[in-house]
Write a protein that binds this ligand. Structure first.
Ligand code: DQA
Length: 142
């Protein structure tokens, strides 16, 4: 069984309350529970982590090697600002799939740049909570 870390960045702990018209009504716990239920049939074992702190996210990415077969990363707004997270993704040999609930390319101009996309294995965005599921599907079939 592949072991995958589902890593969420700043403000994603606020899902459910936060701009539901953009991010949906489900809380992060609800999303994670639903992923957990589906993971077994995909042959995946999941761990979950959320942090509002860039350094914590960096530490988690640096510890992927040897512990995980992959990571699904929604870095929230750090996607658009953090060269450090990009460097961490480049430094790990573990494939990282970038995920977004919304489609940042269809939103404000400042969300159109992702520092992560060029370093990530791929990007899934715009499908709400299903974005996570679709990213996990790639790990299931690859
Ligand atoms: C997000 C998109 C980002 O632009 C935003 O800052 C977020 C959430 C998404 O999942 O759609 O916090 O990553």
């Amino acid at each position: 069984m592949k072991k995958i870390l589902v890593l969420n960045g700043p403000n994603l702990n606020m899902l459910g309350k936060r701009e539901p018209e953009i991010y949906g009504a489900a809380t992060l716990d609800e999303i994670n529970n639903s992923l957990k239920q589906k993971a077994g049939s995909m042959g995946l074992m999941l761990d979950f982590c959320q942090s509002n702190h860039e350094g914590d996210l960096l530490d988690r990415i640096q510890k992927l090697d040897g512990e995980y077969d992959g990571a699904v990363l929604n870095a929230g707004a750090f996607t658009h600002t953090s060269i450090a997270l990009r460097d961490a993704v480049l430094a790990t040999s573990v494939p990282v799939v970038e995920v977004h609930l919304s489609d940042p390319a269809a939103r404000e101009r400042y969300r159109r740049r992702s520092y992560l996309s060029g370093a990530a294995k791929g990007v899934v965005s715009g499908f709400g909570a299903r974005s996570y599921e679709l990213a996990l599907y790639w790990f299931a079939v690859s």
